[in-house]
Ligand binder design. Sequence first.
Ligand code: HEM
Length: 116
Amino acid sequence: MEILRHIVVLIHLVGFAVLFGSWVVEAVGGKHRITRLMHWGLAIAGIAGLILAAPWGGADLDYAKIGVKLVILLIIGALLGIGSGRQRKTGSVPPAIFWSIGVLTLANAAIAVLWT
Ligand code: HEM
């Protein structure tokens, strides 16, 4: 059971890497656009996160921390949706939306690692 949980943690980290990595590519030298990979990364991190939030494998869960992460994930999802819509209509993403996606993604990773 423990090994299975570790595999889900690994998938969760792959989702984070895909979301944050694709955002960094756009932030550094990119066109500050929202890409399909960001949506995929969020979906992978979100699904794996929800599986990890279930009480299994004897893990000791902090539901306040998980709740905050879930709210932030939903906000990132809303920003990706709104930003994609604007991108389709106007050809660019408002800077506040683009930068918030990266900052909130990093904030969720920081909460995961630093909230004890
Ligand atoms: C963009 C969204 C997210 C990011 C960037 C993110 C990032 C991370 C990272 C980096 C870790 C590893 C921490 C460590 O090993 O110490 C982690 C662990 C975890 N995350 Fe997330 N996360 C996100 C969303 C979520 C959501 C939505 C949930 C639950 C609803 C969740 C639940 C968990 C749990 C339970 C763990 C602990 C796994 C364990 O060590 O047993 N995460 N997250």
